[in-house]
Design a protein around this ligand. Structure first.
Ligand code: PGA
Length: 254
C-alpha cells in the first residue's frame, strides 16, 4: 500500500502570527499521527519560520511554486536551490491557479518539475479539469493531455520522483467536492495513463486528491484504492481541521 500523504496548501493566506500558531499547532498535533505523512506548504516568506518550527517533528515543509531556472536575473522568482536550503521537501507545481492566473503551460510546469528534481525536491504535479470541460465530458481528454505533455517532455522515469495531485478546478475552494467515485475514476485513469509507459512506476506513484477536502469527506475519499492522500487548501488553515484530515489518512492505513 502507498503511504497516504496529506499536504496543506496555504495559498496566499496568513500572517507571521497566524503562521507561527498554525505551524506550532501542527507540530503538537502531529505527534499521534504515525502512518500518514504530513506536509505543509506556506507562502515563501514563512518558509524560514517553517524550517525552524518543524525541526524535530515529522511534518515536512513544502513550497507552492518554484522558478524554472537555477539562478540569475529573474526578478521576483525563487529557485529550487533556495527552497532546498530552507528545508523544503515538496514543491507544488502547476496548480490550476498558477495555470489560470500566471499562464503556466504544461511545458513550463515540466521545466519546474526538472528544476525541483535537480535539487532533490519532490514536486507535486497538479492536474485537473474545469467545470465546463467536465460538463462537456472532456475530463479524461484534458487530464490525458496535461499528463501526456509532461511525460513527452521529461520522460516517464522522472515520475519515480514525482507526486501527482488530481484537483478538479470546479471543486477548489468551492465547497463542492468530487464524490469518492468521481475522484476514484479519474485517479484510476491517471494511473492507467502512466501504466501505458511503465507499470511499476504507475503502481508506485502517489496520486493525491484536492478540492474542498475536509474532515467530513476525507475518510471516504482516502479509502478509495487509487486515492493516496490529499492536497488541502482551505481546511489546512485551521489546525484542528487539518489534523482531522491527517487522522483520516492515518485511519485508512491497515
Ligand atoms: P481547497 O483547495 O481545499 O480549498 O479546495 C485545494 C487546492 O487548491 O490545493
Amino acid at each position: 500500500m502507498r503511504q497516504p500523504l496529506i499536504a496543506g496548501n496555504w495559498k496566499m493566506n496568513g500572517t507571521k502570527t497566524s503562521a507561527e500558531a498554525l505551524l506550532s499547532g501542527l507540530v503538537a498535533g502531529s505527534v499521534g499521527i504515525s502512518k500518514a505523512e504530513i506536509a505543509v506548504c506556506p507562502p515563501f516568506p514563512y518558509l524560514a519560520l517553517g524550517e525552524r518550527l518543524l525541526i524535530g517533528s515529522s511534518v515536512r515543509l513544502g513550497a507552492q511554486n518554484v522558478c524554472t531556472q537555477d539562478v540569475g536575473a529573474y526578478t521576483g522568482e525563487v529557485s529550487a536551490l533556495m527552497l532546498a536550503e530552507f528545508g523544503c521537501h515538496y514543491v507544488i507545481c502547476g496548480h490550476s491557479e498558477r495555470r489560470e492566473y500566471y499562464g503556466e503551460t504544461d511545458s513550463i510546469i515540466a521545466e519546474k518539475l526538472l528544476a525541483c528534481i535537480k535539487q532533490q525536491l519532490t514536486p507535486i504535479l497538479c492536474v485537473g479539469e474545469t467545470l465546463q470541460q467536465r460538463e462537456q465530458e472532456q475530463t479524461e481528454a484534458v487530464i490525458g493531455t496535461q499528463l501526456g505533455n509532461v511525460i513527452a517532455q521529461i520522460g516517464i522515469d522522472t515520475f519515480q520522483k514525482i507526486e501527482i495531485a488530481y484537483e478538479p478546478v470546479w471543486a477548489i475552494g468551492t465547497g463542492k467536492t468530487a464524490t469518492p467515485e468521481q475522484a476514484q475514476s479519474v485517479h484510476y485513469f491517471i494511473r492507467q495513463q502512466l501504466a501505458k509507459h511503465d507499470q511499476i512506476i504507475a503502481e508506485k506513484v502517489r496520486i493525491l486528491y484536492g478540492g474542498s477536502m475536509k474532515a467530513s469527506n476525507a475518510q471516504d475519499l482516502l479509502s478509495q484504492p487509487d486515492i493516496d492522500g490529499g492536497l488541502v487548501g482551505g481546511a489546512s488553515l485551521i489546525v484542528e481541521d487539518f489534523l482531522a484530515i491527517c487522522q483520516a489518512g492515518d485511519a485508512v492505513v491497515l
